[in-house]
Write a protein that binds this ligand. Structure first.
Ligand code: 8YV
Length: 315
């Protein structure tokens, strides 16, 4: 008999077919009243398939007394009820590592774009402005200083990319990592003061909320650029908009925002900002690899009792 899984949101067709072949999957997202459905049928499911974006609420968890495993599409864990799941012995799987390259590539794409102004130059050509004059000079990237907030799995790949651009790398984490060859800055402010580009790759959630504050942006200074490919919550977005409007920093490259998919009008109005729609992991190759790991986590759980890639701190 196939295990019964509840599926939170729509998923790519290829992945959906495979998931439905191996499991008895019920699409919660098709229910007009998911809360009423959960109250009546929540006890029937042993697995939950979700994503970093949607996570699982505490209320959903409480409505699923037979739940044994959560498999989440994505590396972010701030939307997952880890403490409550841990207390009940529910295994939680996610998709780390397989997206490191694409997220690091996106961070570097934003570094290049915001400094060399490729997107702005593209708009310049399309508007026909080249016929009227030259595009203004931009800022070089090679040989500059790259500061990384959150030198974890993705951050280390960003640092490796930087070596190809002859950039010096320093980082700030809660604690220094003795196994990396990069300089450690004890505070985010000192890292920002040192850096030409401050790249945010730390995890989201309450612990990192608004770490990039008005003070950090001031330390980054009028020649510094902020890049964010982690979570909008890590940056105080109002302070960032003020800093950009007042020229306190040189520009920003953003893939993530405080209230996605809504991007503040004041950001849209700025020319020295590159705005992406949270696409860092969104390539055919990486999304396929993420989908496979979501499936592997489920298969491993149901055959061995443990997911392949388990979120830390959870049984
Ligand atoms: C995806 C992400 O957009 O992995 C993450 O945490 O933010 C992205 O890879 C997300 O998983 C989709 O829900």
């Amino acid at each position: 008999m196939k295990h019964r899984l509840l599926q939170h949101a729509e998923i790519p067709p290829l992945f959906a077919t495979e998931l439905n072949t191996r499991y008895d999957v019920y699409p919660l997202w098709k229910e007009a009243d998911p809360t009423a459905f959960l109250a009546q049928h929540g006890h029937e499911f042993t697995g939950y398939v979700t994503s970093a974006r949607f996570g699982v609420s505490e209320a959903t968890l409480a409505a699923m007394p037979s739940l044994k495993v959560i498999s989440s599409f994505g590396v972010g864990t701030e939307t997952l009820p880890l403490a409550a799941a841990g207390a009940r012995g529910i295994a939680v799987g996610y998709t780390p590592d397989v997206l490191n390259d694409c997220v690091a590539d996106t961070a570097f794409g934003l570094v290049m774009d915001v400094a060399r102004r490729f997107s702005a130059a593209d708009r310049f050509v399309r508007r026909g402005d080249w016929l009227k004059g030259q595009f203004p000079l931009s800022t070089s990237v090679s040989g500059k200083r790259l500061g990384i907030l959150g030198l974890g799995r993705i951050g280390q790949v960003v640092a490796r990319r930087a070596s190809g651009f002859d950039m010096e790398v320093r980082y700030h984490n809660r604690r220094p990592n003795p196994s990396v060859p990069y300089g450690y800055e004890a505070t985010l402010e000192s890292l920002a003061r040192w850096a030409d580009f401050l790249v945010v790759v730390s995890a989201g959630g309450p612990e990192t909320r608004h770490l990039v504050s008005a003070g950090v942006l001031q330390a980054l200074g009028p020649k510094g650029y902020l890049i964010n490919v982690s979570r909008g919550s890590v940056v105080d977005e109002s302070a960032l908009i003020e800093a950009l409007e007042q020229g306190l920093i040189a520009g920003a490259g953003l893939d993530v925002y405080a209230d996605e998919p809504r991007v503040p009008e004041r950001l849209l109005a700025l020319e020295h900002v590159v705005l992406l729609p949270h696409l860092a992991s969104a390539t055919h190759e990486t999304r396929q690899a993420m989908a496979e790991l979501v499936l592997e986590n489920l298969d491993a759980y149901f055959s061995t009792g443990a997911v392949r890639a388990a979120v830390a701190h959870v049984a």
